[in-house]
Design a protein around this ligand. Sequence first.
Ligand SMILES: [Zn+2]
Length: 350
Amino acid sequence: MLHSTRVTIPTLVRIKPGALARLGIYLGRGQHQAVALFQSAGLLPEISGAVHDSFRSANISAVRSVDVSQNDFEFAVAQFRDLPASARAIVGLGGGKALDVAKYVAFLARLPYFAVPTSLSNDGFSSPQSSLTMDGKRKSLPAAMPQGVVVDTSTCARAPRNLTLSGVGDLAAKFTAIRDWKLAFHHAGERVDDFAALLAESSAQAFLGRPLLDEQGIHHLATSLLVSGIAMEVCGSSRPASGSEHLISHALDETSARPRLHGLQVGVAAYLVSLLQQNQSEAIGNMLEQTGFWNEIAADPFSTAEWLEAVRRAPSLKENFFTVLSTRDTITEVEAALRTDVYLKRCFVE
Ligand SMILES: [Zn+2]
């Protein structure tokens, strides 16, 4: 068996324009009258205003409200320690750090957690892990899936463009992660959970077939990132969402002089890896072209030397994790691709 514990998935899912203004109603339906709110520091006043108005009109009280600007493990634990006993649910509002801290506090307190991302920069908002830092290093800690996920698509459509493009990059990873998983089956006998793979890939396919960042596109992007988190919970591993492209990104986080947004690294790595896998490269490249992802990267190109080093290190980052990078020495192919591929050559400097 790949997992033995019970699978929990969000039972309240709202992905639509204006969902923020209805957050109080959603919480009230679950009898969550008293909540602790963890929101990103510097959140736009119109966003926090909409949430507080919706709380007021639904008689929800925020028994604690914390502005989050860091995602240290110690900070999250202190928030759990200071949590008022009256809190019946935890709400995370804003970007990755606030959501990761809120999710971890909810996990420690065994309280229902509601994720309310205001941008779609990666699939972390609905995953069963919290990404927190310990001694300055990013760690992925076990946590609980949210009970509710509320995505206001008009708010997310107005988020800074590089955050949305980072989400597109994280979505691109589903295609390569699933191919890596199948390679691990063929080469190393690792069992594939077909249903989890189908969930992650089919939801990403909806965006791939129509790679535009209008409101419908934002809806597809949010759905795909949400479902990818659920796919991880279903099979009890990160395989459906994370393969060699994530290893390359993790290696960059460790060694690059200036690591970039997770999904910007992952998206470029996914396309690169798709070339090695001979897997949907044309569709992935086109998706990144149509969304403006390549332009975003080309405006601030990556270092070729850093990427070659990251590709070299990537296979050793995770034990017993077979990917396309384990099938052969790929450095010569990667070097040629960074230099000559129609998309990649714009995105790299010496
Ligand atoms: Zn990711």
